[in-house]
Design a protein around this ligand. Structure first.
Ligand SMILES: CC(C)(COP(=O)(O)OP(=O)(O)OC[C@H]1O[C@@H](n2cnc3c(N)ncnc32)[C@H](O)[C@@H]1OP(=O)(O)O)[C@@H](O)C(=O)NCCC(=O)NCCS
Length: 161
């Protein structure tokens, strides 16, 4: 996919419906904490709130992925958390790399010293992407999240500035 085919911009309210449909798709649900009954309003609230900045990747003006940076409070206000997902049909085309690069730029602009995320230990693609972008595995959280009837281990990964 050519870089000029992908547009990145701040999330708008009207993006929530498309992003919700991506978030509840099986290929994304498998590796994220979303649930099939997630509504558009909940999606909007999770991705657009005073503590978060979400950027959207668009192809032909349709949202195909999102990355959210959430800044922590108080004595952790130097630190933030990233969540991201891309529509199945647009994965492995460099969009995740572009979005993550942009989120890292935003974190640096906010003078954050640390960005972190949780990732399922079997999510090879995501772990590969995060390592490529300078994130390090800091530890493993055992039985941290659910996938169907299974309890899944997650890595905590972080990038320091
Ligand atoms: C994980 C995700 C965000 C990555 O976005 P993407 O657009 O597919 O990723 P990109 O094409 O930009 O980058 C893929 C990178 O992953 C890595 N990668 C891909 N397949 C890999 C594999 N089998 N093993 C290890 N690393 C792999 C490579 O570093 C690759 O970069 P390269 O092509 O420059 O070598 C996306 O696939 C996704 O949304 N998946 C489902 C939901 C999800 O897992 N969200 C993250 C939860 S923590």
């Amino acid at each position: 996919m050519q870089k000029n085919e992908i547009k990145i911009r701040t999330m708008k309210k009207d993006d929530a419906q498309d992003l919700r449909n991506i978030w509840i798709s099986p290929e994304v649900t498998k590796y994220t904490l979303s649930r099939p009954n997630l509504t558009t309003a909940q999606t909007r609230k999770r991705l657009m709130n005073p503590d978060s900045e979400s950027i959207v990747a668009l192809v032909e003006n349709t949202p195909v992925g999102v990355a959210r940076l959430t800044k922590f409070h108080g004595r952790r206000n130097h630190s933030g958390e990233i969540v991201m997902f891309i529509s199945k049909d647009f994965q492995s085309k460099g969009i995740g790399t572009t979005l993550l690069n942009k989120v890292i730029q935003i974190a640096k602009k906010k003078k954050l010293k640390r960005v972190q995320l949780g990732v399922n230990v079997d999510n090879k693609k995501a772990i590969g992407l995060y390592k490529k972008m300078g994130f390090k595995i800091e530890g493993k959280l055992k039985k941290d999240s659910q996938r169907g009837n299974k309890l899944i281990d997650n890595y905590c990964m972080a990038k320091l500035f």
